[in-house]
Design a protein around this ligand. Structure first.
Ligand code: AMP
Ligand code: FE
Ligand code: FE
Ligand code: ZN
Length: 296
């Protein structure tokens, strides 16, 4: 892809955060891209939790659908027991450290889900097999798959209801999973030629992303902040924009679409072409997938 590609010429808006069934989205990677085309996006990023297995199918569909695909990942991290998510764009999936980290987190996630299922199984007729029945082969396992199993069993009506009751962190069955600190995720993404962006930085209140912590991440290569995301309270966005200006960070906006699993809609928040241009300019791990017709 020529580095001179003009991102302002994209025929539609840019959404840089979406999940497929390779992790906890309900739609396949190809369907994710078709859905992006259907709502008129010019570019979409596939950012499954701790895996890149959806990239190939999403890339092939992007070429067919005429939508730009930005290969990415959403890394699980942890800071003082709080969960922090770091998005990585255009990184090389063959990087040893990246490979090792995603395998480690995925196996921690399976052990943690098994612990939760064992606890839930004391009160509800839920088994590990039920959970596996609701996840694609090799998918990154998370609470959403347990939620879907609980829906099938008739315990709750949908994923959101499951997250508000049985799966809530105060619901009595919750178990944390181990994950590295965000600074390690930032370093691994940069080492793999990728561009790290803090996902929904104010989703659990700003406490998880204080100025000192941000400074540390910036010193280790952080590139951006996902300011426009439905989970960041409006009241925190000004503070985030000020930090982005202070540290010269790229500002993104995205949906965090999970298909039918969450109310978030593709394109409900978007990223400017200038911000995407900066991300692409900083990346050296993997190229965006740009359909030939967009060069015309
Ligand atoms: P886990 O990572 O296993 O702790 O589960 C949390 C994940 O569930 C996050 O990535 C959420 O985006 C995802 N999720 C999917 N659907 C929902 C929902 N309806 N409510 C809350 N979280 C959800
Ligand atoms: Fe998710
Ligand atoms: Fe997230
Ligand atoms: Zn996400």
């Amino acid at each position: 892809m020529p580095s001179s590609f003009d991102w302002t010429s994209l025929p539609g808006p840019i959404d840089l955060h979406a999940h497929s069934s390779a992790s906890d989205g309900t739609e396949s990677p190809a369907e994710l891209v078709r859905s992006a085309a259907r709502v008129g996006l010019g570019a979409v990023a596939i950012t499954d939790h701790d895996t890149t297995t959806g990239w190939a199918a999403a890339g092939e569909e992007a070429l067919r659908s005429g939508v730009v695909l930005i290969p990415g990942v959403e890394f699980s991290a942890q800071l003082d027991y709080r969960s922090v998510h770091i998005l990585g764009y255009l990184l090389d999936e063959r990087s040893e450290a990246f490979l090792e980290q995603r395998q480690r987190i995925r196996s921690e996630r399976v052990q943690r889900a098994e612990r939760m299922v064992a606890r839930i199984g004391r009160d509800y007729p839920l088994t590990w097999q039920h959970v596996l029945d609701h996840a694609d082969e090799g998918a990154t396992i998370g609470r959403p798959h347990i939620a879907d199993a609980l829906v099938t069993l008739g315990v709750v009506t949908d994923r959101t209801a499951a997250f508000e009751s049985v799966l809530h962190w105060r619901g009595g069955y919750y178990q944390p999973h181990k994950a590295p600190p965000p600074v390690e995720a930032v370093r691994i993404i940069r080492a793999a030629g990728g561009v790290p962006v803090v996902a929904h930085p104010a989703a659990r209140g700003r406490a998880a992303m204080e100025r000192d912590q941000l400074q540390l991440l910036v010193d280790n290569g952080l590139a951006g902040l996902e300011v426009f995301h439905r989970d960041n309270p409006e009241s925190d966005r000004e503070w985030l924009m000020e930090r982005a200006a202070e540290f010269d960070l790229i500002v993104t906006g995205s949906s965090d679409w999970h298909g039918r699993g969450k109310p978030n809609l593709l394109g409900e928040n978007t990223t400017t072409p200038e911000a995407l241009a900066r991300i692409v300019a900083e990346a050296s791990g993997t190229a965006p997938v740009v359909p030939a017709q967009l060069f015309a």
